[in-house]
Design a protein around this ligand. Structure first.
Ligand code: FBP
Length: 548
């Protein structure tokens, strides 16, 4: 077989469960809290979710008496970008429903939400499941980015659920996918269906979190993977002392990944998109900030360093953000007129449909970046930030800026990197392996009890797996109304980096020292065995946020 030595050893890892789930999914009691409210816009959201709004928060506790066994049929969907641990969520659901009854069935819908809509699935049996335990990736059933948002799509999903006699559908996804899970659950209930819909919090971006969802799965492993590589680069930079390394890090809009990687490695420069926006920094000011640090180090004879750049940065720089949205608008209306033009001609043409100041910003950018900003938008109308080489843009502009400074006597030789896809399918850390398995196992309990419109939640994550608290959170509780594509829509609030919270404050307190010195920290590769403080460590973000 194709398993590596590590792969074989890892297969035998038994993910840990919170104490409440260790006797199987039948011996679990539900603790129901009070009725809940959405985070804001309560009236509007209640009106949109008349059947599922206000459900209570639920926590799970160990029971001595088992509930009645009956087979539970579940369909599972992986939605959106890959995140380490997805296979373990599925393993948790599988083991959970099988502990309820060996006759329970798990269907895996293929290629994301479209598999559910079109009834394309495979049955996940013990042999298939065992081949994927503790592995990274979503390849067991693949993923996709189709949105389930029209009534026609919901009808098709309902027909599939009925045909397969499903008790529950579990959608493993980010904020948008979980919003859609809630909408689908509401529709099912309105139609009198017996199938419920629940969600699981996934995304390496770390921006699906709130009081009840302490972190989304995959963030831990992805950032540890990037931080290992950043640490290696830092040692190389400090050994050769001749290059500046500019590293772009994934995370579509929030800068959680860049911030956590900075806390793990102590780079000379870390840009945080949310801060740039808050301070209304223009592109020029961002470049000046970076160039000042490069120049100060050069004055100390240090023509090297490491800079971290969040991939969403450009959209958060006010003048570039305006340009991007005006370009999106212009491209939407004049797609045909510009499609065959080269970059320079496209810039000329599009400049007449954007504001004067946006046209100026566009023209000030290097041609490569202009071309990337004018690329086709994704299915949700977003620019594909992973495809924009922000790290190269910053290098080019800093180079220009330094050249214009008469007193700059140093050298600026810079290399660019992008760490993104290489972290999304890494073999899950013990934290993600355990967390995901627990989320899946919790989902099997939600499915058995037919809890509709809930997100699987596992809390108190800094206290050790034993003490983790498993439960279900009504998805409507996390919602507010937002303007999307010219319409008011109920959506789960995205969690951006908070500038008044402990993780950012820690960076802000230390970054001036990190800028001047080589305080680099080398986290090394993810460890799967060894002392618990090494193998089971959580992220700085969650520890600082939870005061642990
Ligand atoms: P999700 O929000 O769906 O989890 O995806 C996260 C992400 O990895 C972002 O960090 C990145 O910008 C995007 O997906 C890349 O998308 P794609 O895989 O379609 O290139």
């Amino acid at each position: 077989d194709n398993l590596s030595v590590l792969g074989k050893a890892r297969k035998a890892y038994q993910p840990k469960l919170p104490a409440s789930l260790r006797n199987g999914a039948l011996k679990v009691a539900l603790n129901k809290g009070k009725a809940t409210e959405s985070v804001s816009d309560q009236k509007k959201i209640k009106a949109l979710f008349p059947n599922t709004y206000g459900a209570p928060y639920i926590s799970l506790k160990k029971a001595t008496k088992a509930v009645a066994a009956r087979p539970v049929n579940v369909g599972v969907v992986l939605s959106g970008g890959q995140a380490p641990g997805g296979h373990n969520v599925i393993a948790g659901i599988f083991d959970g429903i099988k502990s309820i009854s060996p006759k329970s069935k798990l269907l895996g819908f293929l290629g994301g939400p479209s598999g559910l809509e079109n009834g394309k699935f495979k049955v996940i049996d013990a042999k298939l499941m065992d081949a994927y335990r503790n592995t990274g990736g979503f390849d067991i059933i693949q993923s996709g980015r189709t949105k389930l948002e029209t009534e026609e799509q919901w009808q098709k999903c309902l027909a599939v659920a009925k045909a397969q006699k499903l008790d529950a559908i579990v959608i493993i996804g980010g904020d948008d996918s979980n919003t859609n899970a809630a909408v689908l659950g509401e529709y099912f209930q309105a139609q009198g269906a017996s199938c419920v819909v629940c969600g699981c919090p996934k995304t390496i971006d770390g921006d699906l979190k709130n009081e009840y969802i302490e972190t989304s799965f995959g963030f831990d492993t992805a950032v540890k993977t990037y931080s290992e590589l950043i640490g290696n680069i830092m040692r190389d930079a400090n050994s050769a002392q001749k290059y500046w390394h500019f590293i772009k890090l994934m995370g579509r809009s929030a800068s959680h990944i860049a911030l956590e990687a900075a806390l793990q490695t102590h780079p000379n420069i870390t840009l945080i998109s949310e801060e740039v926006k808050e301070k209304k920094m223009k592109l020029k000011q961002v470049i000046k900030y970076v160039a000042d640090i490069v120049a100060a180090r050069a004055a100390d004879g240090k023509n090297f360093g490491v800079a971290l750049i969040p991939e969403g940065l450009l959209e958060f720089i006010p003048d570039v953000g305006v340009l991007i949205s005006e370009l999106s608008e212009a491209l939407a209306h004049h797609e045909k007129e510009v499609e065959d033009l080269d970059t320079a001609a496209k810039v000329e043409k599009l400049s007449q449909w954007v504001s004067k100041s946006s046209a100026e910003v566009l023209k000030s950018l290097p041609a490569g970046i202009q071309a990337q900003l004018m690329l086709e938008r994704d299915s949700h109308g977003n620019v594909q930030v992973s495809l924009i080489e922000t790290e190269k843009l910053i290098i080019e502009m800093v180079k220009k800026e330094l050249k214009s400074r008469k007193n700059f006597k140093g050298k600026f030789s810079a290399l660019n990197h992008f760490f993104g896809y290489e972290g999304r399918c890494a073999a899950p850390s013990n934290f993600d392996a355990d967390y995901c398995y627990s989320l899946g196992y919790t989902a099997s309990v939600l499915a058995y009890h037919k809890l509709n419109g809930y997100m699987s939640s596992v809390r108190d994550l800094t206290k050790g797996v034993d003490k983790w608290v498993a439960g279900g959170i009504p998805i409507t509780m996390m919602m507010n109304m937002e303007r999307r594509h010219g319409e008011d829509k109920p959506v789960i609030q995205k969690a951006l980096v908070k500038l008044d919270a402990a993780p950012f404050k820690y960076l802000a307190k230390n970054r001036d020292v990190w800028a001047k010195t080589e305080s680099y920290t080398y986290p090394g590769p993810i460890q799967y065995w060894g002392p618990s403080e090494v193998a089971d460590q959580t992220t700085f973000t969650i520890r600082l946020e939870r005061g642990a």
